[in-house]
Design a protein. Structure first.
Length: 441
């Protein structure tokens, strides 16, 4: 294929999308302002941990289908791009609103650099109405060529992103420019021929569809955690309750598991954004607000239990096992491990922490937070050394195997807190520990 696709932003969404498009046979040019990232990527290494991604990057570089540039001008000088994906960050502001500065700057740069008609595809998660406002913004830039805008929200899950891209549950395109929509459709022809559904709609529906999906999933997590608290108080077992709910075809099984709440780069930010947009449109946001508030409290579920059992914090060390917000990623954004670390440290406890992939990010975060009572450990054995209690925060396979006689050789403490309900309570108790799960007897 001779078609070239431009991608602005080599973060999680941009890098995965660019590498996957190149695997489909397109030439892809990715723009990234961070020179250190570009240096790493040009060597065929991924700057994030995502299963399968490094292999795609290496293969595409070998076949000369994937290139990296420091700015949009260099992209258009070297590549014959007429479609550019905007995949930059849209961080939340303190009031919950979405910061679109990076999106506008990316649009400004590509409009100034293009030398022919261009389709700008908004891959970043943005508030409802963003694309229409960007059209007005582009008019103000006095473009020399025809510029089309298309929404193409991403539905990638960290840890399974490559598979999610190649076998999507749906492809969503939003827009009103027929010629622009047709161009973007051609990029997904291979996937569509394999039976993956395409939804073409207006800008606003595409934008809201992404936010609504994440709000719905976040709601399921908060609701099952709410149920788990009653289960705990009433001596029911949330694992059995979950089985009953999952057997109902109207409910289904996905995102129906109790734990320490949701985290990551999407759910927390998108719920905040939804609440803010409701407030701007004077719409009741009480359900979304309840989802967010409950999730924030769920992350600290075990703290009071720890305080009851270990009332002398300065003499107590707590081990946190699993720091990423979910397995198979090094992403610690909004992870329950961060909230636990802050609160335990604030109360005077010492924290020893371990994660198979996220340790470097966690160490950097703890240093920035000034948390001097925190030790990032390179092994589980080191993390458990001298601790009175352990909290399993993230259900890495490596950590799920702790419920074995091996634990007795590593952990001399008294209590095992299972934040994901993946350990076997009977096995833990048989080894002489107290077991505390989420919503379990």
């Amino acid at each position: 294929m001779n078609e070239c696709i431009g991608v602005v932003g080599a973060g999680y969404v941009g890098l995965v999308s660019g590498a996957c498009f190149s695997a489909l046979g397109f030439t892809v040019g990715i723009v990234e302002v961070d020179a250190k990232k570009i240096e790493v990527l040009r060597k065929g290494k991924s700057t994030i941990y995502e299963p399968g991604l490094t292999g795609l990057i290496e293969e595409s570089l070998e076949q000369d289908r994937l290139h990296f540039y420091g700015n949009a001008k260099d992209l258009f000088k070297k590549e014959n791009c007429d479609i550019v994906f905007i995949a930059v960050g849209t961080p939340d502001n303190p009031d919950g609103s979405c910061n679109l500065d990076y999106v506008r700057q990316a649009v400004r740069d590509v409009v100034a650099a293009t030398e022919k008609d261009l389709v700008i595809v908004i891959k970043s998660t943005v508030p409802v109405g963003t694309s229409r406002s960007l059209k007005e913004f582009i008019v103000g830039l006095s473009p020399k060529f025809r510029i089309g805008i298309v929404n193409n929200p991403e539905f990638l899950r960290e840890g399974t992103a490559v598979g999610d891209f190649m076998k999507p549950e749906r492809v969503v395109l939003g827009g009103t420019d027929g010629w622009a929509l047709d161009k973007v459709k051609t990029l997904y022809e291979t996937l569509l021929h394999n039976g993956h559904p395409l939804f073409v709609t207006d800008h606003e529906s595409a934008e809201l569809g992404k936010l609504a999906s994440n709000l719905m999933l976040a709601s399921r997590v908060s609701l099952v955690n709410q149920i788990s608290r009653l289960a705990s108080a009433a001596s029911a077992d949330i694992k059995q309750v979950e089985k009953i709910m999952r057997s109902d075809s109207r409910i289904g099984s996905k995102y129906l598991y109790s734990g320490l709440g949701y985290g990551g780069s999407c759910f927390p930010k998108d719920v905040k954004s939804f609440i803010y947009q409701c407030q701007q449109w004077k719409v009741d946001a009480s359900v979304a607000q309840a989802v967010e508030a409950f999730n924030n409290s769920q992350k600290l579920l075990f703290v009071d239990e720890i305080a009851k059992r270990f009332p002398q914090p300065t003499e107590t060390t707590i081990s946190l096992l699993g720091l990423a917000f979910k397995p198979e990623t090094d992403d610690i954004r909004e992870s329950p491990a961060l909230d636990l670390t802050r609160e335990l440290s604030r109360r005077g406890y010492k924290v020893r922490a371990y994660d198979p992939k996220a340790l470097e990010n966690y160490s950097r975060w703890a240093k920035e937070e000034g948390l001097t009572q925190v030790t990032a450990c390179k092994t589980v054995q080191e993390a458990l050394s001298g601790s009175s209690a352990l909290i399993l925060v993230t259900e890495w396979q490596e950590l799920q195997r702790l419920a074995s006689p091996r634990l007795k050789t590593l952990f001399s403490g008294k209590v095992v807190f299972d934040g994901k309900n993946v350990l076997n309570p009977a096995q833990i108790r048989a080894m002489g520990y107290e077991y505390v799960g989420v919503g379990r007897k």
